[in-house]
Design a protein around this ligand. Sequence first.
Ligand code: ADP
Length: 229
Amino acid sequence: MIQFTDVVKSYEQGNVALNGVTMQIEDGEFCFLVGPSGSGKSTIIKLITGELKPTSGTVHVNGYSLERIRKREIPYLRRTVGVVFQDFRLIDKMTVYENVAFAMRVVGAKEKEIRERVPYVLELVGLEGKMGRHPREMSGGEQQRLAIARALVNNPSTIIADEPTGNLDPERSFEIMALLQEINNLGTTVLVVTHAQDLVELFHKRVIAIDDGLVVKDEGEEETNDEAE
Ligand code: ADP
């Protein structure tokens, strides 16, 4: 579960990025986070991953309290949250297989687990035939799938995708959103940060809209219980 309560985040220069954000995303939800450039979306992601601490208010993520988390606990928090970065952050000198295997090695997985798990996640994202390729030999959509596979491989309970369709044509964008939906159907909580209003409308999911550091809209199919009743 991701829970923000009255979260204010000001940067050192005095910029107030979040101005009292309260929201809750339950386990198993699929949710879009939308808002114009500069509205605070990246700040929300960084608060979820422990890269930043709130100035005031509380942030709870998968059992961790981020406002008071210790440095040595952050790697454990991060195993519960897979992030698909906007710029992918793939390693070009490694193959597709190795890029995903590497994410397991850094958390100390055994070779046997790696040999079983990597082909499974590559198949899930539709890259089973491309394990020996290098990222630069792949299309943007395939690189996005690889980034998703890597985010998934350590079996996080939550996936955050930052502008996953930013550089894709409409058809590939739809396929990537459908893949994220499939991952959600398998039980992973999915938060998609996006500008793609047309896609958001197609998927009929919960949408949290922020503007100027505030939640200005929170509505959709997967409403919290007290709103739905
Ligand atoms: P978004 O991801 O929606 O574009 P951000 O979370 O990046 O928005 O930014 C929200 C606000 O915080 C903006 O006004 C931005 O200029 C400011 N901001 C973001 N990062 C920093 C930083 N490292 N230092 C100072 N101000 C920042």
